[in-house]
Ligand binder design. Structure first.
Ligand code: ZN
Length: 102
């Protein structure tokens, strides 16, 4: 294993050891709740965070409660980092097949 591959694997392991990972895109939506006397009826809409993920051509979304926002944002960031590292490890293996060096 090359030093580069070792370094990538170690960073990947660190992410998985210290954090959750979550696949999706965070979208903040503004909406009205429907209560006639609420501030949102006067233009101050409620803001909610959703996690949107598309799998197999189908899009799903998940409401993220306020108290979960920071955690979910971190998991999403860590997922992205982990995926980039996986891609780099994959490139190394692509090269191994190409050069017939299992
Ligand atoms: Zn409202």
């Amino acid at each position: 294993m090359s030093p580069e591959e070792r370094r990538l694997r170690s960073r990947l392991r660190q992410i998985l050891n210290r954090s959750g990972v979550l696949h999706g895109t965070l979208v903040r939506r503004r909406r009205v709740c429907g209560k006639p006397n609420c501030r949102c009826a006067r233009g101050q809409k409620h803001e909610s965070l959703y996690l949107v993920v598309t799998e197999g051509g189908r899009s799903r979304q998940l409401y993220v409660p306020k108290e979960w926002e920071q955690t979910v944002q971190q998991w999403v960031r860590e997922y992205r980092k982990a995926r980039e590292l996986m891609e780099e490890v994959s490139r190394i293996h692509w090269q191994k097949v190409r050069e017939r060096q299992g």
